[in-house]
Design a protein around this ligand. Structure first.
Ligand code: TTP
Ligand code: MG
Length: 373
């Protein structure tokens, strides 16, 4: 029997801030901004009200009641709740807490895979006797994190990773959801398809057009129909909807690349739309690598044409970089091949459906020693 836990901390950055400043308890707390590029510093000097620069990284559940969420511009959050406590991102603090939490989790797992700063999969198959025992085991983990770190988390328990991840989000904050062997289909059936990790607004809409809103409908849909629409991804969607996921918990958490992509509402060849899109994706990728403390060597652009043909172009730099201007320059250069029709003859004149920006060949800067590891 395989038993997988997915542990995800509740409103992580803001919960850490509240722990450090208990007077914030029960208040709407918003963490965001504080990523200071040279460009941002100049703008901030002109406009000293820091509250309205940048985006929300996360916010407390009290702030979520006002409709505030991650990635929302801080200016909008400020309008929705001007009395909220606005705090800048204090990454070194959250990283330290994250390391402590991962060290606690490691003791409980046969194998552990950290997926982001505040979440991890644990394979506990040999540690528990049955599903009731797995629940008690997860309660022990929650207790230890609460006692040692004064933080709550939500845990999903299931026979595989994807179902465990969906289960951890099912009850939040401070949740614990167990999906026993053989119960995954039943658990997933009533949930909206966008609860499946990786299903974004575009896929959600395409599925809606096929009359599929709940995971149960996806599970009973003819897999060939899904393949016709989504290619290989259709097969994966169908398996997941049926509660099937064979992927293993991978011990070493090594992020190999980081990317963002966007599908246009309408296919386009408009150079200014394409360039704006690349700029936006570059900023998102940049924020993500900053957040996770990465430096990069390789930048790639991916383009999907209207006929679904996918092409990529990559550029590898001589050394590691972490600056926005370098990323922007490389991405722009690569994009001109597509946007200005300098690419392959047979792609000329085709409209573009999707654009992606990726950084790979990643390194991590060791803050103490200021070197790349
Ligand atoms: P999440 O686990 O997605 O969010 P959360 O822990 O704040 O809230 P939840 O209770 O819903 O799990 O992300 C973990 C941290 O990563 C989050 O605290 C802040 C950071 N983050 C960003 O900086 N930007 C983002 O867009 C997201 C989604 C997260
Ligand atoms: Mg979280």
């Amino acid at each position: 029997m395989k038993v997988i836990l997915h542990v995800d901390m509740d409103s992580f950055f803001s919960a850490v801030e509240v722990r450090e400043n208990p007077e914030l308890k029960g208040l709407p707390v918003i963490v965001g901004g504080g990523i200071k590029t040279e460009e941002e510093k100049e703008k901030a000097a002109e406009e000293p009200d820091r509250k309205i620069r940048g985006v929300v990284s996360t916010c407390s559940y009290e702030a979520r009641e006002y409709g505030i969420h991650s990635a929302m511009p801080l200016s909008r959050a400020y309008k929705l709740c001007p009395d909220a406590k606005f705090l800048p991102v204090n990454m070194p603090l959250y990283k330290r807490v994250s390391r402590e939490i991962m060290a606690i989790l490691r003791k409980y797992a046969d194998k552990i895979e950290q997926v982001s700063i505040d979440e991890a999969f644990l394979d506990v198959s040999t540690k528990v006797r049955d599903w009731d025992n797995a629940r008690e085991y997860a309660q022990m983990i929650k207790r230890e994190i609460l006692e040692k770190e004064e933080l709550t988390c939500s845990i999903g328990i299931a026979p595989n990773k994807t179902v465990a991840k969906i289960a951890s989000a099912f009850v939040k904050p401070d949740g614990l959801t167990v999906v026993e062997e053989g119960k995954a289909r039943e658990f997933l059936a009533p949930l909206p398809v966008k609860k499946i990790p990786g299903v974004g607004p575009k896929t959600d809409e395409m599925l809606k057009k096929m009359g599929i809103e709940q995971i149960g409908q996806l599970a009973s849909c003819d897999v060939q129909k899904l393949v016709a629409k989504f290619g290989k991804y259709g097969t994966r969607l169908h398996l997941v909807a049926n509660g099937v996921d064979e992927s293993e918990v991978e011990e070493e958490w090594e992020r190999k690349s980081l990317s963002r992509e966007r599908t246009f509402a309408e296919d386009t060849r408009d150079v200014s739309i394409l360039n704006d899109c690349v700029d936006g994706l570059v900023e998102e990728v940049y924020n993500a690598i900053k957040r996770e403390g990465f430096v990069f060597k390789t930048v790639s652009i991916k383009v999907k044409f209207e006929d679904f043909a996918i092409h990529t172009r990559a550029k590898t730099l001589k050394s590691f970089h972490s600056d926005l201007s370098m990323l922007k320059k490389a991405a722009k250069e690569l994009m001109t091949e597509f946007s200005e029709g300098k690419g392959r003859e047979k792609d000329k004149g085709k409209k573009i459906r999707l654009v992606g920006v990726r950084v790979s060949n990643l390194g991590v800067v060791d803050e103490k020693q200021r070197r790349i590891v």
